[in-house]
Design a binder for this molecule. Sequence first.
Ligand SMILES: C[C@H](O)[C@H](O)[C@H]1CNC2=NC(N)=NC(=O)C2=N1
Length: 98
Amino acid sequence: MPRIPQLTDEERTVALGAVPLWRLSDDATGISRGFMFKDFVEAFSFMTQVALLAERADHHPEWSNVYGRVDIRLTTHDANGLSMRDIALAQEIDALLG
Ligand SMILES: C[C@H](O)[C@H](O)[C@H]1CNC2=NC(N)=NC(=O)C2=N1
């Protein structure tokens, strides 16, 4: 039994309006966004900041990094899908970039 509720279709529609730069996956289980930085140092600095946010929220991204590129997918394992925790972390990540 999942401990965190998935969003209903209606809740999801409203919530996605708060994170317009994130794309809902085709199966609606998560959201993703790609980030480009000028080099690896900038990308990894960003990842370090995201890691601290994630640890504080006890909510961790699925991500990959290639040089200056960072791809992040947010999904809630404890909900087997998208939850408000993903939306909240996406907003915090967006805020890092000003
Ligand atoms: C025990 C611990 O609180 C849980 O496993 C947390 C940790 N980080 C998590 N991260 C994500 N993305 N989804 C989760 O359900 C989740 N659960």
